[in-house]
Design a protein around this ligand. Structure first.
Ligand code: FCB
Length: 456
């Protein structure tokens, strides 16, 4: 099994994020985030679900840390809720909010689990959105201040820091397509948000690097996918290029090459959109990082023609279409293509060499059927995770420098616009009782990690 070629030093973990699990949205001085607001917009989130209670992790944290430790994992990736530790997004720290993460870090270290902090996993303080949100350049500077504030409190114990989770999602789903908070639908806002997120990332890297007394690992997490052309035609190849540009290269190029991809800049210009770059921004954004976090869930195939074979839509714009392949899918309707994962990692190694990779998220939602005891025999999830871990191992064999793998997610949780309907956990959460029951996938994960480490 290729999984057995993963080295003993490989990092094994699970990931979560603050808004998706914590609940306690009005406790200890936390102010609303854009997700608290968005969840109240009729029709924005399935069933009108919201994160008010979620997994009640804020009150059950020690028990959840024990779950991680019992799985034998070495790393826990979690995010800090900005409106909890710096209410309103500016000004002094809120000690009561910081105290929660302080306890969490100590609890993890006490159980032999390394904390891996994500500073921003989408819960922007609502007050900063009211001031313009990510399309407003000032938000990048607010983020850098916040990053420094959190680092000041936890930097003595936390060695690995991720600035942002999936800036594409924050920018495009949040500001261009409107399916995530804050729900704006404007391409110009989306692109401005993307640039200011990246600027905030770069500023935070500079600040944390300067503040660190001992060596730390700094990075960014991006959601990446493969963008294959449906056919070998020039039109389909151009559609794949554009999708790869807007989804992958728009984030990777500025960070690793200090420039925006010219083809994407040209595509955007044709839509009347300019990236609001100011003098010196790209130098800040390309500040060296120590690790790139890769989140991977599915692959995609693109076409540049519609069903009638036309390459222009009614507005004269190029057709950009995702083609559904006849492949197995998860409950998210995402295609299961582990080969694409290998391909992506090898491509990263080729096109953006020199930076170690860690899989900061990978996992799947399936329609779990608990038995009377709440146990889920999720063989579909076990198969998904197995195939994707094999894909990672194969990428390593092909030279990709992948150093770790974190399953998304420890717990079933609030899956954004899908609410609680989509379950990604390796541990089941019964939302009526808040009971946690490890699924078969959790047992499989524990056994796999032990085996690869040679512990059994
Ligand atoms: C990623 C998000 C994460 C979770 C998974 C399923 O895009 O980072 O919070 O929702 O998808």
């Amino acid at each position: 099994d290729p999984i057995d070629t993963l080295p003993p030093t490989f990092r094994w973990g699970v990931a979560t994020s603050s808004y998706q699990i914590e609940g306690a949205v009005a406790e200890d001085g936390r102010t609303p985030s854009i997700w608290d607001t968005f969840c109240r917009v009729p029709g924005a989130v399935a069933n009108g679900d919201h994160g008010d209670v979620a997994c009640d992790h804020y009150h059950r944290m020690p028990q959840d840390v024990a779950l991680i430790a019992d799985l034998g994992l070495d790393t826990y990736r979690f995010s800090v809720a900005w409106p909890r530790v710096q209410p309103g997004g500016r000004g002094p720290a809120n000690p009561a909010g910081l105290a929660f993460y302080d306890r969490l870090v100590d609890e993890l270290l006490g159980r032999g689990v390394d904390p891996w902090v994500t500073l921003y996993h989408w819960d922007l303080p609502q007050e900063l959105e009211d001031a313009g949100g990510w399309p407003n350049r000032d938000t990048a500077y607010r983020f850098a201040d916040y990053a420094e504030l959190v680092f000041g409190a936890l930097g003595d114990r936390v060695k690995t820091w991720t600035t942002l989770n999936e800036p594409w999602c924050s920018a495009m789903l949040g500001y261009a397509y409107g399916n995530h908070a804050p729900g704006r639908r404007n391409l110009g806002d989306g692109i401005a948000a993307a640039h200011h997120l990246l600027l905030g990332h770069g500023l935070a890297v500079q600040r944390l690097r300067a503040a660190a007394a001992t060596p730390i690992e700094l990075g960014l997490t991006v959601n990446l996918s493969t963008a294959d052309p449906a056919t070998d035609s020039a039109t389909d190849r151009d559609a794949a290029r554009a999708a790869d540009g807007l989804g992958n290269r728009l984030y990777l190029d500025p960070v690793f090459r200090g420039s925006y991809p010219q083809d994407v800049v040209a595509d955007l210009a044709a839509e009347g959109v300019r990236v609001p770059v100011q003098e010196g921004d790209l130098e800040v954004i390309s500040a060296p990082i120590d690790v790139l976090g890769v989140n991977f869930y599915f692959g995609q195939v693109h076409s540049g023609v519609d069903e009638q074979g036309r390459d222009r839509d009614e507005h004269g714009k190029p057709v950009r279409r995702v083609i559904r392949r006849d492949l197995p899918r998860t409950a998210m309707d995402w295609e299961i293509v582990p080969e694409s994962f290998t391909e992506l990692l090898v491509r990263l190694h080729r096109d953006y060499p020199g930076v170690p990779l860690v899989i900061t998220e990978n996992g799947a939602a399936f329609d779990d059927k608990p038995d009377a005891d709440g146990f889920v025999a999720d063989d579909d999830r076990v198969a998904y995770l197995t195939e994707h871990l094999r894909a990672v191992a194969r990428a390593r064999q092909a030279g990709a420098d992948v150093r770790g793998y974190f399953a998304w997610s420890l717990l079933d949780n609030f899956e954004w616009a899908y609410g609680y309907d989509r379950r990604f956990g390796i541990v089941r959460v019964d939302y009526d009782t808040q009971r946690r029951t490890p699924k078969r996938s959790a047992q499989w994960y524990r056994d796999t990690v032990r085996r690869v480490r040679g512990e059994r």
